[in-house]
Design a protein around this ligand. Structure first.
Ligand SMILES: [Zn+2]
Length: 237
């Protein structure tokens, strides 16, 4: 599995390679963002688990929100009847409480993405723990739900910080398709990257926060339409 995962990481993502290079306290192991490292919880009603079948399922994930762009993304998801996973920053949740609540109310899944997006390979154990705990607390306080997954900012982790996340009872969420939407390459390019990178059981990384996300918003409806046309159904990561 490790070889296959390494191969996938090399194939799929520049980001993964960067991340692997940061993983300097141990033998390089593909960090999180490969399919092999991604596990899926039983889906909510009406949504199938990714691992369950060879069906063409895919998960959409949005990081670094909530932000002022999140409601537009929620509107598109609602129109398209698609559920997604939102990896939120604890500090943003406090700032966009209504939006965070709406994410839950509309049936999407929450994921802890730290308090303020540090590179976890530079943190001590206690700093990492406080990032994770603050965000768990904040999300639960605001939405009434506690996430069960954690995604490392930049996908950057090391043995210590992965242990912290697991000790907090959270599953580590990676991705298989990086749209690099934050580079703002144009909406059509974001859609093309998502669709070309799509594989059954895949996890698509996009961003609803952290900067100007108009292109992500503009790309989303087309991305969903094209994935549906390719036979994909959407699952929660
Ligand atoms: Zn992020």
């Amino acid at each position: 599995m490790r070889n296959r995962a390494t191969f996938a990481a090399v194939l799929v993502l520049g980001t993964v390679i960067v991340v692997a290079a940061r993983n300097n306290d141990e033998v390089p192991v593909p960090p999180v963002p490969v399919a092999a490292a991604v596990s899926f919880q039983p889906a909510v009603a009406g949504y199938e688990t990714v691992a369950s079948a060879k069906k063409r399922t895919i998960a959409l994930t949005f990081d670094d929100g909530p932000s002022k762009y999140t409601p537009q993304i929620l509107d598109i998801l609602k129109r398209q009847k698609v559920k997604a996973t939102f990896c939120m920053l604890g500090n943003n949740v406090g700032q966009y409480r209504k939006t965070a609540k709406r994410v839950v109310r509309e049936g999407h899944r929450l994921c802890n993405h730290s308090r303020n997006h540090p590179d976890f390979t530079t943190l001590t154990r206690s700093q990492a723990r406080s990032q994770v705990r603050f965000t768990q607390r904040k999300i639960r306080e605001v939405t009434g739900r506690a996430p069960r997954t954690f995604r490392f900012p930049y996908g950057a982790s090391n043995r210590t910080t992965r242990a912290v996340v697991r000790d907090e009872g959270l599953r580590i969420l990676g991705w298989t398709v990086d749209t690099r939407d934050w580079q703002r390459p144009g909406a059509a390019v974001i859609t093309r990257r998502a669709v070309r990178g799509a594989r059954p059981g895949g996890v698509v990384l996009m961003h609803d926060g952290g900067g100007d996300r108009r292109q992500t918003v503009a790309s989303l409806e087309n991305t969903i339409r094209k994935l549906k046309a390719a036979g994909y159904t959407f699952v929660l990561a």
